[in-house]
Design a protein around this ligand. Structure first.
Ligand SMILES: C[S@@+](CC[C@H](N)C(=O)[O-])C[C@H]1O[C@@H](n2cnc3c(N)ncnc32)[C@H](O)[C@@H]1O
Length: 304
């Protein structure tokens, strides 16, 4: 069975890890990012981080995991930390955690984000994406179906005020949702930091989000500035990782120095692709950020 937003809402704990992964990979947000994630995706990164913290004799207790999708990696991280004797609370955040399932016609529903935009069509039981995949999509014919559904859904939502009739869908793995060490919040890492998140965490991880394929340089700098501002200061950690198409993790563990600059503690394989941004003094960052403030997000290269 292919999971769609309705079956994810109603299936409880009955779906397999593979079905869950396929469901999250099928959801693309309106900023171009995908909700792709999977069980055990970050296991080796967890081991590296815990090993480094043990070497440094550090036990971070207030942790944030940014852009967590289903939250399954946050749960696995919390479990790995607990096994290593690190009793941490993790705030797991994502731009889109709540969505709304709206019936439009018999056997036709749409999943909407918080702005009321379609992020999945459901025809019968079949999930259909909203995003078009370039001209190739039209050669294959799928592009016409997707474009027609997008136009049809917008019109029906407008005419029927459909947004009002939605059922809330929490896009979080049920085990993660019920775990006492985790709390979940919606959060945009590119927006100004909410006051309650500033200076609060002694470790923050961001995996498979701050990619050059998703964001431009100014946006990446803005996100890194926001993450730095959420840390408690000297001695706090930032972990940035990307899982490549072969499943290998490439990441870097940074630590804030007394001079409030990031330094590298350890690398996983090639390290983070945005190391230069995290390490560079923010010379022209302000200018770049101002230039991109009103620009919409760039088109991503591929789901990761
Ligand atoms: C590819 S998934 C990564 C999930 C998980 N961290 C992992 O590595 O498996 C990227 C996640 O970032 C979220 N996201 C996209 N834009 C974001 C933003 N501006 N702020 C916070 N989260 C965002 C998406 O909703 C998505 O769930």
């Amino acid at each position: 069975m292919i999971l769609n937003a309705r079956s994810f809402l109603t299936a409880g704990h009955t779906f397999t890890q593979r079905q869950e992964a396929a469901f999250f990979a099928s959801i693309r947000l309106r900023n171009g990012t995908f909700k792709t994630t999977d069980h055990h995706r970050l296991d080796d990164l967890n081991l590296l981080v815990i090993g480094e913290w043990q070497k440094l004799d550090r036990k971070p207790r207030e942790i944030m995991d940014v852009g967590v999708s289903s939250g399954i990696s946050s749960l696995e991280w919390a479990d790995a930390l607990a096994r290593a004797g690190i009793d941490a609370k993790i705030v797991a955040t994502d731009l889109c955690m709540h969505a709304s399932l709206v019936p439009l016609l018999p056997a036709y529903e749409v999943l909407l984000d918080r702005d009321g935009k379609v992020i999945q069509h459901i025809l019968g039981n079949r999930p259909v994406r909203w995003s078009l995949d370039g001209p190739r999509d039209f050669f294959r014919g799928t592009g016409f179906l997707v474009a027609a559904l997008n136009a049809f859904a917008s019109t029906l939502l407008l005419l029927t005020n459909g947004r009002r009739r939605g059922k809330d869908v929490l896009l979080v793995n049920p085990d993660a949702r019920d775990n006492a060490r985790l709390s979940f919040a919606e959060d945009d890492i590119l927006a100004p930091n909410p006051e309650h998140l500033r200076g609060r965490f002694n470790a923050i991880r961001v995996a498979n989000l701050l990619n050059r394929g998703y964001f431009d340089e100014a946006q990446l700098r803005r996100a890194v500035d926001n993450l730095k501002d959420r840390l408690m200061g000297a001695g706090s950690f930032l972990i940035v990782n990307r899982t490549h198409a072969d499943g290998n993790n490439n990441g870097t563990i940074f630590q804030l120095s007394e001079a409030n600059k990031f330094e590298i503690v350890a690398r996983m394989r090639d390290g983070s692709e945005i190391e230069d941004i995290v390490l560079s003094p923010d010379a022209d960052g302000a200018q770049l950020r101002a230039a991109s403030q009103n620009r919409s997000l760039s088109t991503p290269s591929r789901p990761r």
